[in-house]
Design a binder for this molecule. Structure first.
Ligand SMILES: [Zn+2]
Length: 311
């Protein structure tokens, strides 16, 4: 079955390895061979910038964008950049996986909208508004500390400009109040690219039932995160199915997608790499999901939201 995975940290690992780890073939959870085995239509590659490590986060982000394109160019037989579903379809017709470029840490904007437009021009199509630190856009959900703090005045401008440009707003990691501000302000569907259900596991990184419903009302999706801490039950496939059942019962079958967090989360025993994603497909089928429903979760819902926002 085809797949769109909305979040992974693979490129960060490649860039930090000084050329030792390559996208084509590696021991990580994601490489091109494994993506092929998963019949990947598209992979969203996050560029994560640690604000505590870099004084000029925008510089670091641009450096990582260069690293991303170098990997894509080295593997141009198998993978190509996509900035829209139109481009994804073209890539697919040429037998290529689509690589979408995303940034995890809105703080790279350094409080300037021109940086947002620069990132768009360089191909970035989704920004995770915060990671685990407060930034120029808003506050994270980190140990519940900033739960009730919403978007900053700059964050409000960022939402409007991302809507105008046609970029996906990603609320994973964002505070609860920030989530509600984004939900209220965004004129387009938005996503929680890698977040699970809080009712199943009461973790600050997971979404409450009300948040799941708001996300669905807006036409957005939540991507199932494979991190054991968020899934519970040491990240078993059974735990994944539990979250999917709860999320689809709460928000509807149209609101759930996949956001593995591979190469950013601790590796699982049951699904250790993206090439084994069929294990989840079989488990969902055994749990009573129809093929049509499973297709929605594995790629159709993500594809719909990407098309609605990016074209
Ligand atoms: Zn993350």
């Amino acid at each position: 079955m085809k797949l769109i995975d909305m979040h992974c940290d693979t490129i960060l690992n490649c860039i930090n390895s000084d050329g030792k780890i390559k996208l084509n073939r590696n021991d990580l959870c994601i490489d091109i061979r494994k993506l092929k085995r998963a019949d990947s239509l598209g992979q969203l590659f996050a560029l994560f910038v640690d604000l505590e490590k870099y004084n000029n986060p925008m510089d670091r982000c641009l450096y990582m964008i260069d690293g991303f394109y170098r990997e894509i160019e080295e593997n141009s037989e198998d993978i190509a950049f996509a900035g829209s579903i139109k481009e994804l379809k073209k890539n697919r017709s040429e037998g290529k996986i689509s690589a979408f470029l995303t940034v995890e840490e809105g703080g790279v904007l350094e409080g300037r909208l021109q940086n947002l437009r620069t990132l768009y021009k360089r191909g970035v199509r989704l920004i995770t508004l915060t990671w685990n630190y407060p930034n120029c856009i808003g506050y994270p959900n980190f140990q519940w500390e900033h739960k009730d703090k919403g978007l900053t005045a700059f964050g409000v401008e960022v939402v409007a400009e991302m809507n105008r440009l046609g970029m996906l707003i990603d609320v994973s990691h964002l505070s609860d109040q920030g989530f509600y501000d984004a939900a209220r302000l965004s004129k387009k569907p938005f996503v929680a690219s890698h977040s699970d259900a809080r009712t199943v596991v009461n973790h600050w990184r997971n979404l409450s039932d009300d948040m799941l419903k708001k996300l669905a009302e807006k036409g957005g999706v939540a991507g199932l995160n494979f991190e054991p801490e968020f899934l519970g039950e040491v990240g078993s496939v059974g735990a994944m199915v539990k979250h999917v059942i709860h999320m689809t019962n709460t928000a509807g079958i149209e609101a759930v997608a996949i956001g593995t967090d591979f190469d950013g989360c601790s590796p699982l025993t049951a699904i250790t790499n993206i090439g084994d994603i069929h294990i989840l497909v079989h488990a969902l089928s055994k749990a009573g999901f129809s093929d049509e429903d499973i297709e929605k979760i594995m790629y159709r819902n993500a594809k719909r939201v990407i098309k609605d926002v990016l074209g």
